[in-house]
Design a protein around this ligand. Structure first.
Ligand code: ADE
Length: 233
């Protein structure tokens, strides 16, 4: 049984050819955990030339995505189980916590904006507005790929549960450093504790390194997690 269906609404469906045919997303699809459909919302335009945008009221640069094609497309796809997401730089900043929440849904409809912007009334159609970071992309397509990747890997059974426990952000800390063979590479040695076979020591080392890394690289995250969990240095 398909667990999660994701419908991506875009004007550039070709951008997605092959994107979801690799690695973990490919596996999730093959396992029947996720179904991804790419929909060109231009197909829903009632305009005789299939126009999807127009000039802004009040003047200004560029073209603005119009309501009609997007409203008709979403209304055609949406059921009471759908969550409609608009990708926009002024949305809520995307975080791992939200990836977990979205991985529990049954149907996600993701709208990729493009050009100079979209008619403000499109916001009334959506449940969530998400930004993947404080920078401007030329459209929501790459942002939608980021969302799909981060969600698909969290679907139960797609990767080992254990892997989530150890990865960055799972416990609000950054991941600890990992090494593989050889023990020495260009003079750089693997910390000896990892070769000791002492699992308790290894666990302690990893926790300590995780905290150290979070404090150094993400003091903002550390402030939150340190206060919440009363983790001591
Ligand atoms: N569209 C353009 N920029 C974006 C961003 N940073 N996040 C999500 N969607 C976008």
């Amino acid at each position: 049984m398909i667990k999660l269906k994701i419908s991506i609404l875009t004007l550039f469906p070709e951008m997605f050819s092959n994107v979801f045919e690799h690695s973990i997303i490919k596996r999730a699809k093959e396992m029947g955990k996720v179904e991804i459909e790419i929909i060109n919302f231009r197909d829903y335009s009632l305009d005789s030339h299939q126009k999807v945008d127009d000039t802004p009221f009040g003047g200004g640069q560029g073209m603005v995505l119009s309501c009609q094609p997007i409203f008709d497309c979403v209304e055609h796809l949406r059921t009471e189980k759908s969550k409609v997401i608009l990708l926009t730089p002024d949305g809520t900043p995307y975080q791992q916590k939200q990836a977990y929440q979205l991985s529990q849904e049954e149907h996600l409809i993701i709208i990729c904006g493009h050009y100079e912007g979209f008619d403000e009334r499109i916001r009334s159609l959506v449940d969530l507005e998400i930004s993947i970071g404080d920078y401007i992309l030329s459209g929501g397509e790459y942002a939608s790929m980021v969302l799909v990747d981060s969600i698909a890997r969290l679907l139960p059974g797609v990767i080992k549960e254990e892997s989530h426990i150890n990865e960055s952000f799972h416990n609000h800390l950054l991941d600890y450093p990992t090494y593989t063979k050889p023990r020495v590479f260009r003079g750089m040695e693997v910390p000896s504790v990892l070769l000791s076979g002492d699992h308790q020591k290894i666990e302690e080392y990893r926790k300590k390194e995780s905290i150290k890394k979070t404090k150094e690289k993400r003091p903002d995250l550390w402030k939150e997690v340190g206060e919440k969990n009363e983790i001591q240095d």
